[in-house]
Each structure stands twice: as structure tokens, then as C-alpha cells.
Design a protein around this ligand. Structure first.
Ligand code: FA5
Ligand code: MG
Length: 416
């Protein structure tokens, strides 16, 4: 309420995103709610499902695409700030001036020069100009989209780009002799199947390599039984273009867009002697399928019932999400000095035994060794919640007292 009053009495002239401050103007439409999400970087947060998926994708590319000496060919960039210029987000990608994606009804403008990136494609040109020929960009993206089970105004994308010289592309499929007479560039017509400067051969090879790369990734992440289909589509920055859809809960779900990069983008970025493909996939959609997460809003959950299911140190651990109780949780902490023969699992078992289906999580939140006495104390937070009914604090307190008593009697701990 007080901030609402200050807004009226002294209209803000700047807008702060992360550590940067920008001048507000007539285009500014970012909201405090959206700005509060900037910097969350869920894809870089340890134990978050989007971070686990990021690791899986990165490892897939590192392992399967290597130079002769074994080092990965793809560079991975996952820490670029989400404020980009209109030039980066739209102009460099040949997005027409009247394209819907530029409209303030669809895009969050910081001011007339800057937007919250609407896709990770915004970084394609810069990275190519810097000399990157194969890269992945992972980051948060922002759109004034509807909110439902599979759409959220902040989500995460993984961009992939791979460029080839004429020789690199041809050698991937042909022997030296068979390559004779084949080219990737020509001055032909632009038709639905190809751009003017590309030969049909170039497009056939690029399409095959792109679809093979993405199918292989999908098989690695989801398993080989997954149902997929390719759909023709349009992007200003690729031609021809496709979307990949996968079967999810009986319906087709679009999980990525991709295509043969517009040659003009490569020419502008100083890579006119190369051809390439690009893709952009929605991390949340992939994670929903991979972990059986039914609603995209859950990725923003701070609820330990959600987050604790993804606490694994190996990103390859198979996880199937189990719905969290709709009832509220409450918690109690317990601190004690541990005896010499103590193991944490003894305490976890004791809590599970006494709390059974009322305990959602037990977590070691403090581990302290007294500098003089050399004794160690542990503090655990026990979260109480039942799947079918509300657990009230008094009820939790009663179980907590039983747990405390049992810990003293059975584990010989000394409560602090
Ligand atoms: C793009 O963003 C293109 N930049 C992708 C691309 C890159 C095409 C490179 C060609 C070359 P699109 O708007 O379709 O395309 O979004 C890509 C993916 O992001 C979608 O397939 C979907 O998986 C995901 N996505 C799109 N909108 C949302 C949303 N509101 N919430 C969650 N995921 C979304
Ligand atoms: Mg799309």
C-alpha cells in the first residue's frame, strides 16, 4: 500500500533490473511482479529440476559431439543477463517491423531500446560474431503470454546453433570423390524448400543433421519409446523451419522450434562462408514430460514438498514427480548434541517411524562443532504435512515431542 502511494506522488523515472538502471519511457511495461523473477535463474539453481535438465542436455552435447582429441565442440553459455536491445532481440534476427512478437502487448519492454529477451535467439548474432560456430545458450525468457498448465510469462529456453563450412557439411555425408561437384551455395530462387543462396543439397544435409541431432537428444532424455512428429512452421530467422511435437498426456505438445539459419544473419555476423542450423527448446516443457510434472507453475514453487523430490547429486537419477499435498505445511526444528556412534539415517528412520504419513521432509539445517569441547550438534527441520487433511500446529507439536523423547532414549542424543 505504501509503495502504491509513493508511485502516485513521485512517478518513478527509472526502472531497475538486476544491477542495472534504465530510463523509463512511454514503452516501459515491465511490472514489479515480472521484475521480481529476474535473477531467479532457476536453470542455475542446484537441485532445481530445470538445472538437472540443463545438465542432461549439456552432458549429451559434450559427450556426443567431440573434436578428434575428445574435447567438446559445443560451447555452453548460461549466464547472459536477460535485458537485451531491440536490435539483439528482433532486428538482428530479421523480425519484420510489424511482427506480433515486437508488440508491447506480447513483449516486456524495459524502455524503447531494451526488452526482456523473448527468446534465447537474441544472442545468436553476437556469439557468431565472436567466432562461436557451435554453441548452446540457456537462459530465462519473458513473454506476455497467457498463464495455464503449459504457458507461463517467464520460462527458460535452450538455444542451439551449429555452423558448417561447405567442406564440413559435405564431408559429414560424402567421401572426397563423391563430394566432387557438390556445392552449398548458388544464386537460385527463394522457394518454400530453400533460401535463394542455398542449394537443395545443402538444405537436405542441414535438415537431416538438425533433425537427427534433436531426435537423438529427445531419445536420450525421454527414452526411445517417445512419440514425436515434425511440423512445418515459420520463423523470421530460419528457412525452412520446423517444430517438434511430442505426445504428452495424450496430446501433442510443442517442445521446440528450429530451422536452417537465414544466410543474411550469418553474412551480417561475419560468417558468410558458412551455413548453419539453429533450434530453441522450452526447458519447462521438456522437464514436464521428463519428470511427469503436470503444471508449469510448479517450477516456481518454493514448497519443500516439490523441491525435495529433485534433491539428487546425479542428474541422471530417474525421478517421477509425486503430487504434493494441497494442505498447508508446518514445521518444527530440533537441535541436539550427537553421540560418537550417531548416523543421520538413524534419526531419519526414527522420524519416519513415528511421523509416518504426517512427515513430508526431514532436513539437516545446521551442523555445528563446538571449538573447545569438540562436540557436534545437529539441527533438523521437520516439515509436517498430510496428503489428505490439514495438520495443525498443536498436532505437529505432539508428534514432535514424541520424536524428541525417542531420540533421547533410543539414539542417546542430548537435546540443546
Ligand atoms: C522461439 O522462441 C524461437 N526462438 C525458437 C527457434 C530458435 C526457432 C532457433 C528457430 C531457430 P517459440 O516461440 O515457438 O520459438 O518457442 C520455442 C519453445 O519455447 C516452444 O516450442 C515451447 O517449447 C517453449 N515455449 C514457448 N512459449 C512458452 C511459454 N509461454 N511457456 C513455456 N514454454 C514456452
Ligand atoms: Mg512456437
Amino acid at each position: 500500500c505504501s509503495s502504491f502511494l509513493t508511485d502516485i506522488s513521485s512517478p518513478e523515472t527509472t526502472v531497475t533490473v538486476g544491477s542495472q538502471t534504465y530510463a523509463r519511457d512511454e514503452m516501459t511495461n515491465v511490472t514489479p511482479h515480472i521484475l521480481s523473477k529476474v535473477g531467479s535463474n532457476l536453470h542455475n539453481r542446484k537441485y532445481h529440476p530445470l538445472n538437472l535438465l540443463k545438465q542432461r542436455i549439456r552432458d549429451h552435447f559434450y559427450k556426443n559431439y567431440v573434436k578428434p582429441r575428445g574435447n567438446p565442440i559445443f560451447t555452453v553459455v548460461d549466464d547472459l543477463p536477460p535485458v537485451v536491445t531491440i536490435e539483439q532481440c528482433f532486428d538482428s534476427l530479421l523480425t519484420p517491423k510489424d511482427h506480433v512478437s515486437r508488440k508491447p502487448s506480447d513483449t516486456y519492454y524495459v524502455n524503447r531500446h531494451h526488452v526482456l529477451r523473448t527468446h534465447t535467439s537474441a544472442h545468436q548474432s553476437d556469439l557468431i560474431r565472436m567466432g562461436c560456430d557451435q554453441f548452446l545458450v540457456i537462459g530465462d525468457v519473458y513473454r506476455r503470454d497467457t498463464i495455464d498448465k503449459s504457458h507461463y510469462p517467464v520460462f527458460h529456453q535452450c538455444e542451439g546453433v551449429r555452423l558448417f563450412t561447405e567442406r564440413e557439411l559435405l564431408i559429414s555425408k560424402f567421401s572426397e570423390q563423391d563430394m566432387e561437384g557438390l556445392t552449398v551455395f548458388e544464386q537460385g530462387p527463394r522457394i518454400p524448400a530453400k533460401q535463394a543462396p542455398h542449394t537443395q543439397d545443402a538444405v537436405v544435409l542441414l535438415e537431416a543433421d538438425l533433425k537427427w541431432t534433436l531426435t537423438r537428444l529427445a531419445h536420450d532424455i525421454f527414452g526411445k519409446d517417445i512419440e514425436t512428429q515434425w511440423v512445418d512452421c515459420y520463423f523470421p530467422f530460419t528457412h525452412p523451419s520446423w517444430e517438434l511435437e511430442i505426445k504428452y498426456k495424450g496430446e501433442w505438445l510443442e517442445v521446440l522450434g528450429c530451422g536452417v539459419m537465414e544466410q543474411e544473419i550469418l553474412n551480417e555476423a561475419g560468417a558468410g562462408n558458412k551455413v548453419g542450423w539453429a533450434f530453441g527448446l522450452g526447458l519447462e516443457r521438456w522437464a514436464m514430460k521428463m519428470y511427469d510434472i503436470p503444471d508449469i507453475r510448479l517450477f516456481w514453487s518454493q514448497d519443500s514438498g516439490f523441491l525435495s523430490q529433485f534433491r539428487v547429486d546425479d542428474a541422471n537419477t530417474p525421478i517421477k514427480y509425486k503430487p504434493v499435498s494441497v494442505h498447508p505445511q508446518c514445521y518444527n526444528d530440533i537441535s541436539f548434541w550427537i553421540p560418537d556412534n550417531y548416523t543421520e539415517n538413524d534419526f531419519y528412520d526414527l522420524v519416519r517411524g513415528l511421523g509416518s504419513d504426517m512427515v513430508e521432509q526431514v532436513e539437516l539445517i545446521d551442523n555445528f562443532t563446538h571449538p573447545k569441547k569438540g562436540r557436534t550438534s545437529h539441527c533438523y527441520r521437520i516439515t509436517y504435512r498430510h496428503m489428505d487433511r490439514a495438520v495443525h500446529q498443536e498436532e505437529a507439536n505432539k508428534i514432535h515431542a514424541l520424536i524428541t523423547e525417542a531420540a533421547i532414549n533410543n539414539l542417546a542424543v542430548e537435546v540443546r
